[in-house]
Design a binder for this molecule. Sequence first.
Ligand SMILES: Cc1cc2nc3c(=O)[nH]c(=O)nc-3n(C[C@H](O)[C@H](O)[C@H](O)COP(=O)(O)OP(=O)(O)OC[C@H]3O[C@@H](n4cnc5c(N)ncnc54)[C@H](O)[C@@H]3O)c2cc1C
Length: 351
Amino acid sequence: MIIQTEVVIVGAGPCGLFQVFELGLLGIKCHLLDSLAKPGGQCTELYPEKPIYDIPALPVCGAQELVDRLLEQIQPFGAEMHFGHEVTVVDKRPDGRFDVETAGGLKFDAGTIVIAGGVGSFQPRRLGVEGADHFEGSQIFYRVQGAADFHGKHLVIFGGGDSALDWTLDLAGKAASLTLVHRRADFRAAPASVHKMQELVAAGKIRFIEGTAASLITDSDRLTGVNVKDATGALVPLQADHLLAFFGLAPKLGPIAEWGLELEKKALRVDTEKFQTSIPGIFAVGDINTYPGKKKLILSGFHEAALAAFGIQHYLYPQKRQFLQYTTTSPVMHQRLGVSDTPETPAAAAG
Ligand SMILES: Cc1cc2nc3c(=O)[nH]c(=O)nc-3n(C[C@H](O)[C@H](O)[C@H](O)COP(=O)(O)OP(=O)(O)OC[C@H]3O[C@@H](n4cnc5c(N)ncnc54)[C@H](O)[C@@H]3O)c2cc1C
């Protein structure tokens, strides 16, 4: 079966979710797909429990909370969501529409495409020691889903970026023991976090070792520790119930790189009027795109989604007159948002 739709959105991170909203306000229907099992992109996958401070009008908002709020905000528009579906094929047809296929066999006939693929189908960089894959998800983790699982446990955290330092600070005092291991004595993380970590080390509350993981220590089928090779080349055995490694993401664009779109440093080049890629009818918003001055921030992606929606409307319905309506005062938008008593009429839908 081929699903007909006005828009296919590739990627259900915060920007893909907000794209549903902006299209919904214009009365445009879409299907939203993500290769991951749930919506939220980096917010849900990488830092669900961290607070975000730079979402306009929300002085502080948890990353998962932001995703939950976006899901609530787009709920009136009834977008169909398909999770666990990596989009592998996007082909433009001579009639200007697009054939879209997923690895799992879903097929779409779409009027336009929005790529909101973030850093692509991202994969955390893994601990390069033998047997690590065997314990992944049980005792070795590359992201934290529930911090409480690590309370009272012996932990070794690897990495020198913000995630490694943030989790070190968060879990210090809650874990039975905590050692931070980084291959250099200088860190990529925020200086304030590094300073706090060094204070904890000086107070004897946590350990820091400059070194790398050399091998796992196991007992039958259980991980009991890790041998770390320190800066002098000596092996330091560390007791551990869990290893947390934060080496960042391997930027893997995946199938998006094969769709014939103009790329610059693994990002899709777009214009800043409509956020359209080098192929008319394919738009790109959020971390996946690039243009002069691009900043990979959620609020940038929200702005891009608003303008892309008008570009999409024009691509789909070039004869339609475009005008800006306010959500505060537009009866048509109230109907679409489900905050009006009157159901949307065909005349309103055309508005
Ligand atoms: C630790 C950390 C803290 C951060 N803090 C902030 C902050 O305070 N403020 C801020 O503004 N930003 C912050 N960011 C950045 C912010 O998370 C990103 O800018 C934002 O997630 C980008 O959203 P997105 O929707 O473009 O992409 P993403 O969130 O990356 O989502 C993209 C989605 O597309 C999916 N996808 C990719 N390719 C395909 C495909 N072929 N088929 C199907 N699905 C696909 C992926 O699975 C993913 O779910 C932070 C990032 C990190 C890592």
